[in-house]
Design a protein. Structure first.
Length: 85
């Protein structure tokens, strides 16, 4: 690596690492319930919606698979109650 190339690499690495956050952008503060709902929405999107979109459909197991994926998403998002059956 030439001296110029190495210098450019170091310059870009340093300037990229010292980038400051935009101080005009508000810092989003979510309530615990809002955070839980966002986690649940994301988990449902990446499980149930993904199954519906790219999963192999079979009427014999589609509904049980969706129920299982929904419950898995709820557990992962910590959206279950301790007294649920």
């Amino acid at each position: 690596m030439g001296l110029f190339t190495a210098g450019c690499f170091v310059f870009l690495a340093v300037t990229g690492c010292t980038r400051k956050a935009d101080s005009t952008a508000p810092s989003p503060k979510l309530s615990a319930e809002d955070a839980k709902q966002q986690r649940l929405a994301w988990n449902l999107k990446t499980t149930v919606e993904a199954y519906d979109k790219v999963g192999d459909g079979n009427s014999a197991w589609d509904e049980p698979a969706r129920r299982a994926l929904t419950e898995f998403a709820r557990v992962r998002a910590q959206s279950t109650e301790s007294d649920e059956p």
